[in-house]
Design a protein around this ligand. Sequence first.
Ligand code: NAP
Length: 558
Amino acid sequence: MSMPSDSHFEVIVIGAGVAGIYQIKRLADLGVHATVLEAAPDLGGTWYNNRYPGARFDSESYTYGYSFSKEVLEEWHWLEKYSPQPENLKYLNFVAEKFDLRRHMQFNCRVEAAHFDEANVQWRLTVSDGRRLSCRFLIMAVGLLSMPTLPRLEGMARFKGRSFHTFDWPHEPVDLRGKRVAVIGTGATGIQVIGEIQDKVGDLTIFQRRPNWSAPLNNSRISPEDMAAIRARYDEIFATCARTPGGFEHEPDRRGFNEVSREERLALWDQLYDEPGFGIWLRNFREIFTDEDANQEISDYIADRIRRRVKDPAVAEKLIPRDHGFGVQRVPLETNYFEAYNRDNVHLVDLGETPLVRVTETGLETTERAFDFDVIVYATGFDAITGAYDRIDIRGVGGEELRDAWRDNPSTYLGIFIHGFPNLLMPNGPQSGSASTNYPRGIEVGVDWCTAFLEHMWANGLIRAEASKEAEAEWTAHVRMMYARMLMRKAKSWFTGYNSNVAGHEEGTIRYFVYNGGMPKYVTTINACAANGYEGVTLEGPTLGAPPGAGGEARLTG
Ligand code: NAP
């Protein structure tokens, strides 16, 4: 066996976020010579970067943590039902330190290029620090929402105050007291920021292009007694998450929408709206996602709840979405968001009526007037799902560029493999079930599956794996077909690839980004693939002059 090298690895994992941390844990346990390359200065991914005020889970904390270690489950105490960013980052560090994972991670290493070397059956990577690394297998743990996007507005560099995207919120505290603050964007992020800073700033102006449906988070503390009760229930909690479509404890109401009376529906919604978390979205009738009439009825209900919370009826009407129904986009959860608009220091600018024109030295200008600010917060979202892949020059067999292959739409086999890009694995790739579920629940499935796949390769002396064109075409067609049933396909959101700030992703073309058949069906499908000898994936042993470490032998650390 050859000695482990600093430049060649059996496996390179790109990204040290929630997925990369667990992936390297699995590989380290197997003794595989592997490393994680992370662009940021430290681990944590989403929870390292998104430090904006109000950033927190809207999954129940105890369903978001990893389930793989009984010890971690025993030792970690979640303090809030929906844990805030600093605590979440602490948690990921706790896990990494407990299993001594940092020694397998390299930070400040942005992967700029990854080219498949067919002759040697390995990936060759160029890293931002100038190094060239290689590996047999490349695992993409690059995150779904890791490429923030700014508006394409004239004059952005001219602004003399402070401005940042929420993803790049400064690490040192930002003093907003007495400041005139603008927030652009009212997605899940903007809604969290606004709820948190409304009473801490001098003046807050919210620039809303399209309103978003949202519902109360209803957060609370978790006492030591509560936590003990949660610990006693962990097996049950994860079992429930595994059988629900979204990977939560929230189970859909399986009664038919029209099987119950309107009074019963209203009573259910009254209850769910005031309960913590995604209940109003995910414990609801399944028809709200597929049936226009059912969706209209729940949308009317939520609109009424908004009207009850916002004192100025004209403002309330502006906060009610008209272009899409409740739940067909990812529903942000909020704390005092609607009440913010009842404050004298909070102002709403409807960009639908008066679009932004430019950024000036002192603030923002719409078609109607100029505004002066001390701070501009861009809560303007992400080049979702494929954005992180597009930023790396990934070339497969024959030099084919992934960003070209995916220009109009991603195409994958099971969201895990890409034809033409052998030995590249995506534990939570585009078109996977893991991309549309309670994130860590999906990640553990994806990482476990990919790890078992690699063990199969190593155990059988195999060195090359590539999804067949036919298998990929079939899966991609299936993913598209699943959109046909869902009202989601009509919404302009990151789930359908819409982003006005990215050339080519403006409205018009839907992108089939996620498998929306639910996690249980997804797990059944990928497990059947494995049980059938990884049907759809061509597996090969060493045929050519085998490179060092080939021959099916994983290069193990000493
Ligand atoms: P988002 O949902 O894509 O929202 C972006 C917002 O910015 C939208 O209101 C959008 O308006 C607006 N916008 C974008 N470009 C603009 C422009 N050029 N001019 C004016 N407005 C513009 O992004 P996000 O809020 O960051 O959330 C993304 C996802 O991150 C969420 O759906 C969620 O999955 C995740 N997230 C999770 C949590 C959590 O778990 N707790 C918290 C935050 C985010 P339009 O609607 O008109 O495009």
